[in-house]
Design a protein around this ligand. Structure first.
Ligand SMILES: Nc1ncnc2c1ncn2[C@@H]1O[C@H](COP(=O)(O)OP(=O)(O)OP(=O)(O)O)[C@@H](O)[C@H]1O
Ligand SMILES: [Mg+2]
Length: 274
């Protein structure tokens, strides 16, 4: 199953959810690949992987170069001996092992330039490059989790086109539903025209603070908007979740008995259960 963690609003808990849910799924015995599609590369560092070296950006570029070569070959049928043939891509070199057992295709800051480079492709092809990549791996894994950047640009669209479903993290705070109509428009657009199978796996309430009335109000508001799409598991505000990334660890490895670790383990079970 291929799942994008998607919300163009910044700081709602996308990366925290990808890191901790992926490790929780490994603890449940699942084989998990994470793809970091955010140029900020917070998932990469959060899983304890160095940002240097082969990234998803390099992999995209290898694929784009091959596409160019294929087009040149097609256009110059009679002169094809003088044209370079597409290279065989070594996909395995992009897979990084992490201490937790999660496998990772990492990101780097140059990924932000990719949106511009993709424009050289036709409007549909430029949305399908990540899908091509994911198709290479999907049979080997129970879950492929994709961390999206906080934008609705081509990087996020590539993630949605490559996915079976999306998890939408929503922070339980004022203006929680701000931007949600744009988010849903993008989801519907992709589902209608580029990826008919795309479903909403669930809406995940994050940073829930049980001491404030506001948190409960926001939960009700989100449930009345998304109805039965909201996960039963809510992620509490928990300082251990914020500390763990500076050690390059998930909270499950950093402090297994914390509320944050328990919540993400429950989320993994809820996800596997349905
Ligand atoms: N449940 C939580 N309790 C406490 N802190 C949290 C929790 N979830 C996330 N945080 C903290 O909130 C900040 C934003 O979280 P995170 O990076 O996961 O959001 P994001 O949606 O990936 O952000 P961006 O849009 O920039 O990629 C981080 O500093 C993170 O450590
Ligand atoms: Mg993030």
């Amino acid at each position: 199953m291929i799942v994008s963690i998607f919300n163009q609003k910044g700081g709602v808990g996308k990366t925290t959810s990808v890191v901790n849910l992926s490790v929780a799924l490994v603890k449940e015995g699942k084989k998990v690949l994470v793809i970091d599609m955010d140029p900020q590369a917070n998932t990469t560092t959060g899983l304890g992987v160095d940002k240097e070296g082969d990234s998803v950006y390099d992999l995209f570029n290898e694929i784009l170069e091959n596409k160019e070569k294929e087009i040149e070959l097609e256009e110059n049928e009679e002169d094809k001996d003088n044209k370079e043939a597409p290279k065989k891509i070594d996909f395995s070199k992009y897979i990084n092992k992490t201490d937790s057992g999660v496998l990772l295709i990492k990101s780097e800051s140059s990924l932000s330039g990719l949106e511009v480079e993709l424009v050289s492709l036709d409007p549909v092809s430029r949305t399908e490059v990540l899908k091509e990549i994911v198709e290479r791996f999907e049979e080997e894994y129970d879950f492929v989790l994709i961390d999206c950047p906080p934008s609705l640009g081509l990087l996020s669209i590539n993630a949605l086109v490559a996915s079976d479903s999306i998890i939408i993290p929503i922070q339980t705070e004022y203006y929680a539903l701000e931007g949600v109509s744009e988010l849903m428009n993008t989801y519907k657009l992709v589902k209608d025209s580029l990826n008919k199978k795309l479903e909403i796996e669930g809406v995940l309430l994050t940073m829930f603070d049980k001491r404030t009335n506001l948190s409960y109000e926001v939960v009700e508001e989100v449930k009345s908007y998304f109805k039965n799409k909201v996960f039963k598991t809510m992620i509490p505000r928990n300082v251990r979740l914020a500390e763990a990334p500076s050690y390059g660890k998930s909270v499950i490895e950093y402090e297994e008995r914390s509320k944050g670790a328990t919540a993400y383990k429950m989320l993994a079970q809820e996800l596997i259960g349905d």
